[in-house]
Design a protein around this ligand. Structure first.
Ligand SMILES: NC(=O)c1ccc[n+]([C@@H]2O[C@H](COP(=O)([O-])OP(=O)(O)OC[C@H]3O[C@@H](n4cnc5c(N)ncnc54)[C@H](OP(=O)(O)O)[C@@H]3O)[C@@H](O)[C@H]2O)c1
Length: 304
């Protein structure tokens, strides 16, 4: 059992890294809220997690692409807890078979809605509960693939436009936004919440994910998947970041604007500070992203 059990919410806890992280954290005695979009897949995952949990985990059905579902999940959690220590934004859509853009009921492109707007809204909705925790920590997830895109920018004037869409572009665009949200929050909250954005490298996908790919994509993906890190390894990184008071021996969330180190906000899988794409350090762009994200999510109130 850990010295201090924490209450930890993990999105996308039914597969891959999120499932392993939920399992490890629950086995260590933390109270885990597993946020999954599908009740059946989530229920199966919860059984697995709870088979070795010291404290049973709770399933909360949450579709990040649906603001009503995000609000209702946050209300459910808020109704049960008096504080939330850690929120891990692990869920993401990165389905390369979505060759044509899809749009949510409120008109947002699906990758943008799921991978950026959903996490933005969920963080806002849970921020009062996190503010009630003694040392709250927010963990967002980006991708090492961004290293190959140093000039990537937020396309403010065509956020939901199908003109530039490809699943790869839409995915990395939303991941850049996650880094920018993290840097913005770290600076704005001034230590009221620790913010860490984890740069995840290639990680082996679950067998059912690979099996669902069309045969050509599956064949192309096979060598990459074999060389990728096991999800258990990244889950250990999540657990370390979520639960250690000082996971890397320097202050987390004390970003002072230093581009190279980003003050510990952006970290690799070994918890080392790493630089983000240049655009993430444009303070005006971060504010603009904040404003458009606020507008797109109905101007939620934040505790910080
Ligand atoms: N695997 C890699 O090589 C790699 C590389 C860089 C970064 N990452 C990042 O690491 C994180 C975990 O990835 P993974 O490899 O563990 O992938 P995964 O097994 O595909 O897990 C993704 C999770 O996100 C959930 N999700 C998708 N859309 C959702 C929605 N609308 N609402 C709620 N949940 C939703 C999925 O639920 P369903 O089962 O319902 O689809 C699933 O639980 C992601 O943020 C990913 O971008 C992964």
């Amino acid at each position: 059992m850990p010295l201090k059990p924490l209450t930890i919410a993990v999105t996308g806890a039914n597969s891959g890294i999120g499932l392993r992280a939920a399992g490890q954290l629950a086995a260590e005695g933390h109270r885990v809220y597993a946020l999954c979009r599908d009740a059946v897949r989530g229920g199966a995952a919860l059984e697995q997690v709870n088979s070795r949990a010291a404290v049973p985990a709770r399933l909360v059905v949450t579709d990040l692409a649906d603001p009503a579902s995000v609000r209702s999940a946050a209300a459910e959690i808020t109704g049960e807890l008096d504080r939330l220590d850690v929120l891990i934004h692990n869920a993401a859509v990165f389905d390369q078979t979505m060759r044509a853009p899809r749009f949510t009921d409120d008109g947002h492109e699906l990758f943008w809605a799921t991978n950026h707007l959903g996490p933005h809204l969920l963080t806002a909705e849970l921020s009062p509960l996190m503010a009630a925790a003694p040392a709250p920590r927010l963990v967002t997830v980006a991708s090492k693939g961004l290293v190959a895109m140093p000039w990537i920018r937020i396309r403010f004037d065509e956020l939901d436009s199908p003109r530039w869409y490809s699943p790869t572009k839409a995915y990395y665009h939303a991941k850049l936004a996650q880094i920018m949200l993290s840097l913005r929050l770290a600076r704005h909250a001034r230590g009221a919440v620790d913010v860490v954005c984890l740069r995840v490298p290639a990680v082996r996908l679950d067998a059912d994910r690979v099996a669902a790919m069309p045969s050509l994509l599956r064949a192309l993906y096979a060598p990459k998947n074999r060389a990728a890190l096991p999800p258990e390894q990244l889950a250990r990184t999540y657990a370390r970041i979520a639960t250690r008071p000082d996971p890397w021996n320097d202050p987390v969330g004390s970003w002072s604007g230093d581009r190279k180190a980003s003050g510990g906000v952006y970290r690799d899988e070994r918890c080392r500070p790493v630089p983000a794409p240049a655009f993430a350090y444009d303070e005006e762009a971060r504010e603009r992203l904040w404003q458009v994200s606020q507008e797109a999510t109905g101007h939620p109130e934040w505790a910080w």
